[in-house]
Ligand binder design. Structure first.
Ligand code: NAI
Length: 380
């Protein structure tokens, strides 16, 4: 029987001035199935308490550290049901491990860990714990991404031959880390971020989107990673050629020095019979172009969309849905899974990125760095 209460969420990260933690809170609560009740919002206990007040949670449950949150919550009859990880990458493994080993499911932000070795450890921890683990590759939650995925699976554009995916941002065009900008500072520090800069931060999103929509695996790549801004210790501009499991080829561009760009994630998938075109800055349309016949613009919430896409739209046509709603789709699926898992150990839904995507994303970073170092193609 479905549970009637809301699932209780404990958030790690999302302290004062943070970007994605508050997005997780809004998205998780959007469908009324989840409630933020606890958190370790900052590595500074004082800031964590201040954030707790701003989130209007019980001040007793704004903890000084994630270790304290897990230990204290385990004692409560109304303990958290899962932990959300929205901290810099180097903390993802320790937090996930602490939660899973305490028997608490995890919803983590990407990249799954800071290094490839860490994700292999995480994979073992998840398997041992046998608990739900989700990964918030946000773009997988857009209705028209689901539609593109369904169209590919149905053979609507024929076998895929070529994929062009780009994720272009301009916000790191200058050394804003030098002035202490919060989001930039840890991202350019390999100790906090991991060795892959732009390739890890947004390249992994592009990589995931490509595999998610096409249903194909990348099997080899040749990458060039550069640090364009002087003194930067991680890459900020990346180009990769890809070979896919069906013989198709792809190109992936990821850059954070693409001056003037905002969040330019765009994908084009070319099959034998036609192509699909989607971009996240205009996410409510998907264009299907056929070699024979006119172009088709598909709108989010169209009654003609695939069932998978219709299942994740909330509003009638013409009412734009965006980033929060896409994020919320992942949370709704996670909540459904958690409840079903509790009831009968249900498997993860195929639409929700999880530990497989976690490992592949980290492998992508590791392989791209290796290829850039040697100048060679590398197998995946
Ligand atoms: P941020 O720097 O804005 O926020 C990080 C927060 O974590 C801060 O409040 C900081 O005080 C807190 N924190 C650091 N260490 C902590 C610890 N040990 N315990 C508790 N809190 C701690 O960073 P941002 O941009 O929010 O990124 C966080 C994570 O989310 C990163 O892994 C990033 O890759 C990911 N992200 C994912 C996005 C997506 O589209 N899914 C978008 C943006 C970020």
């Amino acid at each position: 029987m479905a549970e009637s209460r809301k699932l209780r969420m404990g958030l790690v990260g999302g302290g004062p001035g943070a970007f994605i933690g508050p997005v997780h809170r809004i998205a998780a609560e959007l469908d009324g199935r989840i409630e933020l009740v606890a958190g370790a919002f900052s590595s500074s206990p004082e800031k964590s308490r201040a954030a707790g007040l701003s989130y209007r949670i019980d001040p007793q449950r704004a903890y000084g550290s994630y270790e304290e949150m897990i230990a204290q919550e385990k004692q409560r009859p109304d303990a958290i049901d899962f932990v959300v990880i929205a901290t810099p990458n180097s903390t993802h493994l320790p937090v996930a491990k602490a939660a899973l080993e305490a028997g608490i499911p995890v919803m983590s932000d990407k990249p799954a860990t800071a290094t490839y070795d860490q994700v292999l450890e995480l994979e073992k921890v998840v398997a041992r714990a046998g608990l739900p683990y989700g990964l918030t590759h946000t773009y997988a939650g857009y209705a028209l991404v689901r539609d593109a995925r369904a169209l590919c699976a149905a053979g609507e554009i024929g076998p895929v031959r070529k994929v062009v995916v780009e994720y272009l941002q301009g916000w790191l065009s200058e050394s804003i880390e030098a002035s202490g900008q919060k989001q930039a500072s840890w991202r350019v520090d390999p100790k906090l971020n991991g060795p892959g800069g732009c390739i890890g931060d947004i390249g992994t999103h592009a990589f995931h989107l490509l595999e998610y929509i096409t249903g194909l695996d990348v099997i080899a790549l040749q990458g060039t990673l550069r640090s364009v801004v002087e003194g930067r210790q991680v890459d900020d501009d990346c180009t990769a050629l890809l070979k896919l499991s069906n013989g198709a080829q792809g190109i992936l561009l990821a850059s954070q020095i693409a001056a003037g760009e905002g969040n330019g994630l765009r994908i084009r998938v070319y099959g034998e019979k036609g192509s699909l075109h989607w971009q996240q800055e205009n996410p409510n349309t998907l264009t299907l172009r056929r070699t024979a016949g006119p172009d088709e613009t598909r709108h989010a919430s169209g009654g003609y969309l695939s069932p998978d896409a219709r299942a994740v739209t909330r509003l009638p046509g013409g009412h734009p849905e965006g980033y929060f709603e896409a994020f919320a789709v992942l949370y709704r699926e996670f909540a459904e899974w958690l409840e079903a898992w509790r009831a009968n150990k249900a498997e993860a839904p195929a639409t929700l990125p999880g530990i497989r995507a976690a490992v592949r994303g980290m492998r992508f970073i590791e392989r791209a760095i290796e290829s850039s170092r040697t100048g060679q193609w590398v197998e995946f």
